[in-house]
Design a protein around this ligand. Structure first.
Ligand code: SF4
Length: 300
């Protein structure tokens, strides 16, 4: 999700920052999914590099830094999934990342067929039969001959990539720079990023970045923190009634998020401190527009 989407749905999703490694692709590398196989050529790798230059972060290795919803895995459902199986926010700001599914904005268009092949074999999709090979009379063709054939899917992919670029400009590059010494340049700290997974940290570094943009942004961040503290409290209370062992580490992390929010709130309401911060950050009206935009989506 984008930070602005988290702001919009502040009473539904607990926000966090997710940091992951993105492997660098080399010409000649074989990518095999089931009976599908591709040997990456120079053009494939150049396309990966172009995406990395625009959307990812480099510190020796390459990393993704995104805002994300956080919840108890034991619930095994999105907080926006209604009891009738539909998305409760489909018409009211459904996240761009959901519109892109099942494509992957970090993979070049010419290789999206491999993304589909991989997803069709993953546990989440097995049995759903929602990804099938070949043209069908009752379904729109999604990818064809290394191109995105469905114009709506192509437009969604473009919007999601633009949104990730905007995330970088508004907060993620600043967070990457702030965490550089303690995380990205520290092999011991990088070991905390699980293989193939994400390190999830508090959203506070992103909030402090956007809060420094203007007085309005600071007020929006304080409102956001208040909503998140209430949501975290409700979420933990429900978890305690479930009495599941595997919920405990998640509860622990949520308590950590709440502590970080309380400290950030104190900092944000101390006007003198914030004014001092603003000296270091020039006023950024585009951040106000971003946080206040209805869907938090970039213009398209
Ligand atoms: S589309 Fe699905 S995953 Fe996305 S917000 Fe709606 S219910 Fe959640």
């Amino acid at each position: 999700m984008t930070l602005a989407e988290l702001f919009r749905h502040r009473d539904r999703f607990i926000g966090c920052i997710a940091i992951g490694r993105v492997p660098r692709r080399r010409p000649g590398e074989r990518v095999r999914v089931g009976r599908h196989e591709a040997v990456l050529d120079e053009a494939d790798c150049a396309a990966f590099e172009e995406i990395a230059d625009a959307l990812l972060y480099r510190a020796g290795e390459t990393f993704s830094i995104v805002a994300q919803g956080y919840d108890y895995p034991s619930l095994a459902r999105c907080p926006a999934l209604a009891d009738d199986g539909r998305c409760a926010i489909h018409l009211h700001g459904k996240p761009l990342t959901c519109e892109v599914v099942p494509l992957d904005p970090l993979v070049p268009d010419r290789l999206q067929h491999l993304v589909l092949a991989e997803r069709s074999q993953s546990a989440v999709y097995v049995g759903s039969a929602c990804i099938q090979e070949g043209p069908r009379a009752d379904a729109t063709l999604l990818v064809d001959e290394g191109c995105i054939a469905d114009v709506k899917a192509q437009a969604a992919l473009t919007r999601r990539r633009r949104a990730l670029e905007q995330e970088r400009a508004v907060w993620a590059q600043a967070v990457f720079d702030a965490l550089r010494a303690d995380l990205f340049d520290s092999p011991a700290a990088l070991a905390r990023i699980p293989a193939g997974g994400f390190l999830t940290i508090s959203l506070v570094p992103a909030l402090l970045t956007v809060a420094a943009a203007s007085t309005l942004c600071r007020t929006l961040c304080i409102d956001y923190v208040d909503s998140q503290l209430a949501l975290i409290e409700r979420s933990i209370a429900q978890a305690l009634t479930r009495r599941r062992l595997d919920d405990r580490p998640v509860t622990q992390q949520l308590r950590g998020f709440a502590n970080a929010y309380r400290h950030a709130r104190t900092r944000l309401v101390e006007a003198a401190n914030v004014e001092a911060d603003r000296d270091a950050f020039p006023s950024r009206p585009e951040v106000e527009a971003y946080l206040a935009s209805p869907a938090g989506n970039p213009a398209h």
